[in-house]
Write a protein that binds this ligand. Structure first.
Ligand SMILES: *Cc1c(COP(=O)(O)O)cnc(C)c1O
Length: 369
């Protein structure tokens, strides 16, 4: 049996240190807004390469707070447009509509699966205020052309870095430090995962950081004085302590993912299967390993691998514009995105998957016809 991802194994990998950290917090008697948060925020900001990291409840909230803060600061207002990839997890879109912003969906490139930077300019209007890029599947989606467009039209660049902790642009900057602000998720299955929910915003903008810190804590900068109608969205001390442990090993864990990915790239040979192209300027920390299955055979490959004890997952079976919650978008057509959702399948990958397991996955896949 080769599970898609065994969180039990992932936790066991650094298990002793994690248990020590949890015990330290349990015994301390201090569970929110304490030293563990301060320490993790400092460590994470240094790791990503930004002046600020602000812990919050989860990755969706991190993205919501970025846009909410821009609205509170008068940079954006409800009704403004934000360009966002059509091929993404629903949370990216929810963060916009939750703030009354209008998502303007942009198709991905069919061979990289990331936002197509050649289509963005055609979507810019006088109401556009920002571009969101999502480093989907762990792959850097930033291109210099995107940066140039932000400068040309005076747009904020927001990164959804939920799937790409530790990934770099070819110039050395880490994803999460390239745009004006970035949302990060520490959902357990992510490359940097907590033992529950968690998230963070990174930015170099001190006004934005201060506003977000308040928004995520009842809208309050000083206890019992509320500047904004905020919410309670905090990273708890146990999660912060766990994340500080796991952050130390993130680069090593990502290298292992890259090793598995290299193996898949080298050995998967099946005319029914295409792999996303690898480009020198697009580093990848392989949160997921997506393959594209031709000939309408995705679901049968999924079933065949399942019958052979190999877990795979579709990312994502229904694109955001086809979701029931976005009825107004259902009639729109994004053929590349729809194609990806109909033929994508994610193979097992993670810090604990052995090369033997990868070899087993490859031999089953190559035998599929
Ligand atoms: C996981 C994820 C999120 C949301 O993170 P949560 O912590 O689950 O709220 C946002 N965007 C993308 C691309 C994600 O993969």
């Amino acid at each position: 049996m080769i599970p898609f991802l065994s969180l039990k194994e992932v936790t066991k990998l650094h298990g002793e240190e994690i248990e020590e950290a949890v015990t330290r917090v349990v015994k301390s008697g201090w569970y929110l807004q304490g030293e563990e948060n301060a320490m993790f925020e400092e460590n994470y900001a240094r790791f990503i390469g930004t002046d600020y990291a602000i812990g919050c409840g989860n990755g969706l909230d991190a993205l919501i707070w970025i846009f909410r803060a821009y609205i509170e600061l008068g940079v954006m207002k409800p009704g403004d447009e934000v360009i966002v990839p059509a091929n993404t997890y629903i949370a990216t879109i929810l963060a916009l509509t939750d703030n009354g912003l209008v998502p303007v969906l942009c198709e991905p490139k069919p061979d990289t699966l990331e936002i197509d930077d050649e289509l963005i300019e055609g979507l810019v209007t006088s109401r556009t205020r920002a571009i969101v890029i999502v480093h989907l599947y762990g792959r850097n989606a930033y291109t210099d052309r995107i940066g140039q467009l932000c400068n040309k039209y005076n747009l904020k660049l927001v990164e959804d870095n939920a799937q790409a902790h530790g990934c770099r642009h070819f110039d050395g900057r880490m994803t999460g430090s390239i745009g004006d602000a970035a949302g990060h998720s520490f959902y357990p299955g992510k490359n940097l995962g907590a033992l529950g929910d968690g998230g963070a915003v990174t930015t170099n903008d001190s006004n934005l950081a201060t506003t977000i810190r308040a928004l995520a804590n009842y809208g309050s900068q000083r206890k019992y004085f509320c500047m904004y109608q905020g919410r309670n969205s905090r990273l708890d001390e146990i999660q912060a302590a766990v994340l500080s442990v796991k952050l130390k090993y993130l680069t090593e864990d990502n290298s292992h993912r890259q090793l598995i990915a290299d193996y898949y790239y080298k050995h998967i040979h099946n005319p029914l299967i295409d792999l996303p192209v690898r480009l020198p300027d697009a580093q990848n920390v392989y949160h997921l390993f997506p393959i594209l299955v031709n000939g309408g055979r995705r679901d049968s490959l999924h079933e065949y691998l399942d019958d052979n004890g190999i877990g795979t997952v579709i990312h994502y079976p229904i694109p955001p514009h086809k979701q029931a919650c976005y009825r107004g978008l259902n009639c729109k057509s994004f053929p590349v995105t729809e194609h990806i959702s109909s033929c994508e399948l994610s193979l097992p990958i993670g810090p604990c998957l052995s090369l033997d397991d990868a070899a087993e996955v490859v031999s089953r896949i190559n035998a599929f016809s």
